[in-house]
Design a protein. Structure first.
Length: 369
């Protein structure tokens, strides 16, 4: 029995600590995932709570796992774990049946699981979680209550500080496809032999007022009495999708600049302002000043945004704006604004608004590449 408790504590502790930590590394990714779920279930009015929900979720996972694994207020940790399992196990079953969002987000962008994989993972975790809950009265505390709560408080303060750091300076570990050192064109290629999307196509014909569906094998090619009405394609199996599959940078004049930017041997600094209207005006002002410096020092400068044309027109400052899909911009960098330095399609550096290099420092960095 004692060995089973130790094994259960290790399993629950490691999984919950890992899940909470990867979410804390990329807190905005968890915020976006909450917004995706709220939108999928027509609960957009709750989107304003996404940030709070993300912080509570990752903190509860981390502190619950820490408590169970290290026997620091373990009973409280077991209660946190069992409550979360009771809530999320049936919820993930519903998500598996309805599949409103393809990736559950339970391990952030570090590990991608389907909704069915997440449900079965929770079923497996229920076994040690329930065992720990049933035997919780056998828990023996080896330290005083005050000392244990002090340790929990210190861990929470450190954990919140870690979250704040990642929010301000970008994730300490970049799980996204656009990490520093990445040669972007390679991430856009489908390797030879990889499966492609498979669709089932049916054709709808009409005869004597009756509609009927046919496949490619049995459609009435030689019967002119049947009149073609429509066709529909249903995805049967999802094929391989390259890590970067939706990158498109279009100028305000409608020109596709994607290949030009990715193949240019001149260094390019991309200022990614996902929503201009949501960014701090002071941060934007500095970004524009950096753009003027780049344009005068042989560094191409582009502002990528998902804001509408009317909003972009409010910034008629002579710099080059490009329209890019908002989801793509969220994937490129977790900052508004943020910066990516490119040369010949390779990412040389990434910064948030808080640690973007000063003008002269940027010039020196480019000259060393």
């Amino acid at each position: 029995m004692k060995m089973l408790r130790i094994i259960s504590r290790i399993i629950i502790g490691i999984v919950f600590i890992y899940s909470g930590t990867v979410k804390a590394i990329d807190p905005l990714g968890t915020v976006y995932k909450f917004k995706d779920y709220f939108h999928a279930f027509n609960l957009d009015f709750l989107s304003g709570l996404s940030f709070l929900a993300a912080i509570i979720l990752c903190s509860a996972e981390f502190i619950g796992g820490f408590s169970v694994l290290f026997n620091i207020r373990q009973k409280s940790g077991v209660w946190i774990v069992i409550i979360m399992m009771i809530i999320f196990t049936p919820l993930t079953f519903v998500l598996a049946l309805t599949n409103p969002v393809a990736d559950c987000g339970c391990f952030g962008d570090a590990i991608h699981l389907s909704n069915w994989q997440t449900f079965f993972k929770n079923i497996v975790l229920l076994i040690p979680a329930v065992f720990l809950f049933i035997t919780r009265n056998k828990i023996v505390s080896h330290q005083g209550i005050t000392r244990e709560w002090a340790i929990i408080a210190i861990m929470l303060i450190m954990f919140f500080s870690f979250i704040i750091y990642n929010l301000r300076y970008l994730p300490v570990i970049d799980f996204l496809p656009y990490k520093t050192g990445t040669y972007i064109p390679d991430k856009m290629i489908i390797p030879e032999g990889m499966p492609v999307d498979t669709y089932k196509t049916t054709f709808i014909y009409e005869k004597d007022g009756q509609l009927r569906e046919f496949t490619l094998e049995d459609y009435p090619a030689d019967d002119t009495a049947w009149k073609f009405v429509d066709q529909k394609s249903v995805l049967v199996s999802k094929g391989y999708e390259p890590p970067i599959h939706d990158l498109l940078m279009t100028s305000t004049y409608g020109e596709d600049l994607t290949q030009h930017i990715l193949t240019s041997q001149n260094p390019s600094l991309l200022m990614i302002a996902r929503k201009l209207e949501d960014a701090d005006p002071e941060f934007l002002k500095y970004g524009f000043e950096l753009g003027y410096y780049c344009n005068g020092n042989m560094i191409d400068f582009y502002i990528l945004t998902a804001s509408g044309a009317d909003e972009v027109n409010n910034f008629d400052n002579g710099l080059t704006f490009c329209f890019t899909d908002e989801t793509t911009l969220k994937t490129m960098i977790r900052s508004n604004p943020g910066y990516i330095l490119l040369k010949s399609g390779t990412i040389l550096g990434k910064w948030s608004w808080a640690n973007v290099p000063e003008k002269e420092e940027l010039g020196k960095l480019v000259n060393t590449q």
